[in-house]
Design a protein around this ligand. Structure first.
Ligand code: 3H9
Length: 706
């Protein structure tokens, strides 16, 4: 079957790209070859006066260059050549003798957008699935098929850098406002309008009016304004990446070079930089994450599990922050009935309002129409009784963290739920197996551990017990995915995966505080290492009381090595619970984080002394985590190193460019970690004693990844 098909209608060749058997169109070597042939044929055909180009995929135009091909590349020179080949093809499109109109529906990303930018005119559907963007930065590379040249020329350097440097995708309406898209249409008339545009362009050239407003013109239109744009962009990139990600700076350089030296030179530089970046360690790690995430999307969570059961109605027990977050996220992402239940109507009303806020936010951000908003809000309902639970295929409880309360809720739910319904607990500290002891059908009980705030945190831990049926696992995993979460299945062991490996890290941060290191020094060191926030800020965000409780659970399970320093209790006693209380390690006013509150020092019983160098801070924190991570993997807490790394990256922002804690451990080498842990244990105590897993790995020179 051919990749390209076309027919000529009244002088317009209507071309469809549809890679057989593939879920999306990508620009692979074969697609490139066939595109050249197609263009040559259309050029020869004297009946063809213009071309209208579409995708045959339902929700995808072109997803970019083929990422699979990047991993095969063996040298920077090969990668540079790949970029040059890509540029040559896109140049062939840009200089094609007959006008080409791109009719875009679905994702139009990376090389896909670079192709569209080379077309004479772009029509896009105003559908939420139509997203246009240059996500290359997220793979540690840069747009190298002319994207760093054509986008700034089309919409100005400021707007283009905004997209390129963040690896952002824009919805079609925004792309239209920016001037990337020339016409915005409903999907039903995409073909008709694009063909009409092609016909028009065959007769008279199209003069595009540059958008971007007065400020854009002022900044982009003169060399000084442009210098300012580049200066600001560089500053922002460095502030965000701490210099850990080379790709945004390279992209900035490619854009700057092209705008000052001209298109040809810009393209040359773009290809050269692509060559260097593609083979870099950072890009390799980011591409590995792309593949791991993709594998997880297809994983049903249990070997031989049947497909997830359909969930048309969700019931949520507990309308606090987590329950309301789960309810609101479900309505926004899945658009199904959600029934919220709590002990009294006052709490239910509060929960419904909080859930509704998430729907309101979509409207404010113009992600949905007023009509859609009304439709979604109508999915939310609540009660202080279990009415409405009879139609739910899944119930998630998010009530108080006490075993007896959760077991009581489970019994009450089972009395009203339909026979096949799944009961999920959102506990973070109680073993699911213990909750399931109260169940009449433990094969339908599972853990679904969401992170806070539910709407924003991308990870979900799904926790089956020994009795949980594979169908229950796939239903929980499938539902989590519909919520837009990356889902890992973990063992029913204290702290599951994320909190288990965070435990020693947080404890060590507290130990550092008690040695007189300032909170901001600890946070700064870890942000520089690549975390989005440091551990002390994280404590404030999570809640010092919540972290303390989680710490106690880990200590009860694992003993001395997990002992949280007693000083945290003094802060909790002082009502210093973190951001939610308006005071923690840091000061907060009107929801804004300020500086460190000096009142913590007498509470902790220390004076800051600046005695520990940054390198040691980083070493103690990360090694404490790696030691525990290796131990947890050996105990089978995660099913694979892949799940462990993805869990840490999406769960608490372990630096993606390091590939996750287990890849980082592989890079360090277990033997080196073993030696360093021994040294730390001698100096600081047995909490650093190398775990058996590290001892074994060091001895056998084993790695997590081949
Ligand atoms: C680039 O363009 C560089 C150029 O500037 C310069 C070159 C010289 N390649 O995510 P899904 C596969 S870099 C290979 O489950 P969705 C994906 O792996 C590229 N494969 O679906 C999966 O395969 P499988 C810049 C790709 O609907 C299947 O398609 N582009 C590619 O949730 C379905 O994917 C990007 O970074 C690709 N480029 O989301 C876009 N794209 O079924 C990356 C997808 O075998 N892709 N696949 O597991 C995405 O963001 C999402 O896949 C997309 C669809 C939004 C397109």
């Amino acid at each position: 079957m051919a990749i390209f098909a076309w027919e000529v209608k009244d002088g317009v060749a209507v071309v469809t790209l549809d890679t057989p058997g593939a879920p999306v169109n990508v620009i692979s070597r074969t697609v490139k070859e066939e595109m050249y042939e197609m263009l040559a044929a259309l050029e020869r055909d004297t009946d063809v006066k213009a071309v209208a180009f579409f995708s045959g995929k339902p929700d995808n135009f072109i997803a970019g260059a083929d990422i699979e091909e990047f991993v095969q590349l063996k040298s920077a020179a090969d990668a540079e050549q790949l970029a040059r080949d890509g540029q040559a093809l896109i140049d062939r499109v840009a200089t094609f003798t007959k006008p080409i109109v791109a009719g875009i529906h679905g994702s139009c990303l990376g090389g896909g957008l670079e192709f569209a930018l080379a077309c004479r005119y772009r029509v896009a559907t105003d559908h939420p699935k139509t997203q246009l963007g240059l996500p290359e930065i997220q793979l540690g590379i840069l747009p190298a098929a002319g994207g760093c040249q054509r986008l700034p020329r089309l919409i100005g350097a400021r707007a283009a850098l905004d997209i390129i440097l963040a690896g952002k995708s824009e919805r079609a309406a925004k792309a239209f406002r920016l001037g990337i898209v020339d016409e915005l249409v409903p999907p039903s008339i995409l073909q008709e309008i694009s063909i009409a545009a092609a016909r028009r362009l065959a007769q008279a050239p199209f003069r595009r009016r540059r958008k971007g407003g007065f400020l854009g013109l002022l900044l982009d239109g003169n060399p000084i304004g442009r210098l300012l744009v580049f200066y600001m962009a560089r500053k922002q990139v460095l502030a965000q990446t701490k210099g850990n990600y080379p790709a945004p700076l390279a992209a900035l350089e490619a854009v700057r070079h092209g705008l000052s030296r001209g298109m040809r030179e810009g393209l040359r530089r773009e290809a050269q930089l692509f060559g260097q970046l593609t083979l870099s360690d950072v890009s390799r790690k980011l591409v590995q994450i792309f593949f791991a995430t993709r594998e997880l999307k297809k994983d049903l969570g249990a070997p031989g599990a049947p497909p997830p059961a359909e969930v048309h109605r969700l019931a949520v027990v507990g309308s606090g922050f987590m329950g309301a977050g789960i309810a609101g996220t479900t309505v926004v992402q899945v658009g199904i009935d959600v029934r919220l239940k709590d002990a009294d109507l006052g709490r239910v009303a509060k929960g419904l309002l909080a859930a509704r806020d998430l729907v309101n936010e979509r409207l404010t951000r113009r992600r949905i129409t007023k009509f859609e908003h009304a439709r979604l809000v109508a999915f939310l309902s609540g009660s202080d009784q279990y009415t409405g639970f009879g139609g739910a295929e899944l119930v998630i409880e998010a009530v108080f963290e006490e075993l007896a309360v959760k077991q009581q809720v489970l019994r009450e739910c089972e009395a009203v739920l339909p026979a096949g319904a799944v009961f999920a607990s959102n506990t973070s500290t109680i073993p699911i197996g213990r909750i399931a002891e109260a169940s009449r059908r433990p094969e339908q009980v599972i853990g679904m551990h969401f992170f806070s705030p539910v709407a924003r945190m991308p990870l979900l831990e799904v926790i089956p017990t020994a009795a949980t049926a594979p169908q229950t696992v796939s239903t929980a995993v499938g539902f989590g995915r519909r919520l837009g979460k990356t889902v890992i299945v973990v063992k029913d062991a204290p702290g599951f995966w994320v909190n288990r490996i965070l435990g020693p890290y947080m404890n060590e941060a507290a130990q550092l505080l008690l040695s007189g290191v300032r909170p901001e020094e600890i946070d700064r060191a870890m942000v520089q290492f690549g975390f989005p926030v440091g551990p002390i800020t994280l404590l404030d965000e999570v809640g010092i009381d919540v972290a303390q409780h989680a710490g106690e659970v880990l200590q009860a399970a694992f003993g001395e090595r997990m002992t949280p320093p007693a000083a945290l209790a003094a802060l909790v006693k002082d009502g210093r619970l973190g951001r939610k209380a308006g005071k923690g390690f840091y000061q907060y006013s009107n929801g804004k984080k300020g500086g460190v509150d000096p009142a913590i020092y007498p509470l902790l019983g220390v004076q800051p002394n600046g005695g520990i160098p940054t390198a040691e801070i980083v070493q103690r924190l990360t090694y404490a985590m790696l030691n525990e991570a290796a131990r947890a993997v050996a105990e089978g807490v995660v099913r694979s190193p892949r799940d462990g790394d993805i869990g840490a990256i999406y769960g608490f922002g372990f630096p993606p460019f390091r590939g996750g804690p287990l890849r980082y451990l592989d890079d360090l080498g277990a033997d080196r970690l073993f030696a360093e842990l021994q040294r730390l244990a001698e100096r600081l105590g047995p909490r650093f004693a190398p775990s058996e897993a590290i001892v074994d790995q060091a001895r056998s020179r084993a790695r997590f990844y081949p």
